[in-house]
Write a protein that binds this ligand. Structure first.
Ligand code: BT5
Length: 324
C-alpha cells in the first residue's frame, strides 16, 4: 500500500468524521507535510476532503471513478489486488492488456477505463463504451491447453451474471457463446483474446463491458431495442465500485474452480442461467449458417447442435438467434 493509499484508507475507515493531522501522522508515521501533500493529490482524483484547523481532515465524498484504491479497499482476493491500472480514456482495455501481458505482467493484473474510444467486440465489431459503464480487462496465465480457452468465456459469463443478480436482484440470462442478457437485451459483452503456441497458452485477456449508468440515447437507433443498461432497468444508478468488486469476487471463484479441475460446477451453473438449451436456434458461424436444436455445451465450451438430419455437431464460435 502506498502512502497516499494508506491515508485514504484511514480516512475511509473514519468516513464522515474528522481525524486530526496529528492522529494520522502518529498512526501512519508520516510527517504533517507528507499528509497534506497526499491529501491534495487525493482531491485531484475526485475525493472530497474537508480540512479544518484544529479539527483535522474529513472525507465527505469518494471519487466516482473506478480507481485502483477504491477497488483495493477492504478487498481480499487471491487473484487480483496486485496491479490495477486505471485510465480515463483508452482505445480498448483489451489492447492495453495485451501489450502489458506481452511485457510480462502478472496474472490477475487489471486494466480499467472510464471510457473507450475504440471499444471492440468480436470479429472487428464495435463496442460502445461511454463513461458510466464498467470497461475492463483481466490478464490471465492459465495452465490449460488452447482448446480449453473458451472455458474462460463461459466462466466469465457465469461470474458476471451471478454478480449482477447479487447486486441488483435482476434476473440474468446467458446466451452462448458470450452474451449476457436481461429481458432479452444485451447488458454485458465478453471478449476473450488469447496468445498461445500449439499446446500452451501464453496469456488470455478477458475483456468485460457492462452497461451500467449511462443513458439509452448513447446507443445508435438500431441498438436501442437490442441493448440495455442497468440504470434503465432499475430506474436508478448503481454503485459501480460495489458491482465491480462483486464481479471480481465471482470471477475469482469460477476461475479457481477451473484451476482446481472443477469446471463441471461452472458448466452446470451456466446451464441453469442459459435459456436457449432445448430450443431451436440458428447459428451464423463465419460464412456458414446452421439450424438445429441447442442441446448442451461440452467441457470445452463448444455448443452441441442437433441438425435436422439428426447429426450432432459441435460448434465453437458463431452468433446465435433463438427461433420462435
Ligand atoms: C461482444 O462482442 O459482445 C464483446 C464486447 C466486449 C467489450 C469489452 S469492454 C472491455 C474490453 N475492451 C474492449 O475493447 N472490449 C472488451 P460481440 O458479441 O461481437 O457484440 C458486438 C455487437 O454488440 C455490436 O456489433 C453491436 O451490435 C452490439 N453492441 C455494441 N456496443 C454495445 C453495448 N455497449 N451494449 C450492448 N450491445 C452493444
Amino acid at each position: 500500500v502506498s502512502t497516499k493509499e494508506a491515508i485514504l484508507f484511514f480516512l475511509k475507515d473514519n468516513f464522515g468524521n474528522f481525524i486530526s493531522g496529528e492522529e494520522i501522522s502518529r498512526s501512519l508515521s508520516l510527517s504533517r507535510t507528507a499528509i497534506w501533500k497526499n491529501i491534495q493529490s487525493l482531491k485531484k482524483e475526485g475525493y472530497q476532503i474537508e480540512a479544518i484547523p484544529k479539527l483535522g481532515y474529513r472525507l465527505i465524498k469518494v471519487s466516482n471513478e473506478l480507481l485502483a484504491s477504491e477497488i483495493r479497499y477492504k478487498f481480499k482476493t487471491g487473484l487480483f489486488n496486485k496491479e490495477i491500472y486505471h485510465f480515463n480514456k483508452v482505445s480498448s482495455t483489451n489492447n492495453v492488456a495485451r501489450a502489458y501481458a506481452a511485457d510480462g505482467v502478472l496474472e490477475g493484473t487489471l486494466i480499467i477505463a472510464e471510457e473507450q474510444i475504440k471499444g471492440k467486440g468480436r470479429l472487428g465489431r464495435k463496442w460502445i463504451s461511454p463513461s458510466g459503464g464498467i470497461w475492463f480487462s483481466i490478464i490471465l496465465r492459465p495452465e490449460i491447453s488452447p482448446i480449453d480457452a473458451s472455458k474462460i468465456t463461459i466462466l466469465t459469463g457465469v461470474a458476471v451474471a451471478k454478480a449482477i443478480e447479487i447486486e441488483t436482484g435482476l434476473k440474468v440470462q446467458l446466451k452462448w457463446p458470450n452474451d449476457v442478457l436481461i429481458d432479452g437485451k444485451k447488458v454485458v459483452g465478453i471478449l476473450s483474446e488469447m496468445s498461445a503456441e500449439a499446446d500452451k497458452v501464453n496469456f488470455v485477456v478477458v475483456g468485460l463491458g457492462i452497461n451500467v449508468n449511462f443513458d439509452m440515447k448513447v446507443f445508435p437507433e438500431e441498438l436501442r431495442d437490442k441493448a440495455t443498461t442497468l440504470k434503465k432497468l432499475l430506474g436508478i444508478e448503481v454503485d459501480r465500485v460495489i458491482l465491480f468488486k462483486t464481479v471480481l469476487k465471482e470471477f475469482e471463484k469460477a476461475y479457481f474452480s477451473l484451476k482446481e479441475g472443477d469446471f463441471k460446477k461452472v458448466l452446470s451453473e451456466w446451464r441453469n442461467l442459459c435459456e436457449m438449451l432445448g430450443k431451436r436456434v440458428k447459428i451464423l458461424a463465419l460464412d456458414k449458417e446452421m439450424e438445429g436444436e441447442a442441446l448442451d455445451i461440452d467441457e470445452h465450451g463448444g455448443l452441441l447442435l442437433r441438425l435436422p438430419s439428426g447429426e450432432i455437431r459441435t460448434v465453437y464460435s458463431g452468433d446465435v438467434t433463438i427461433k420462435k
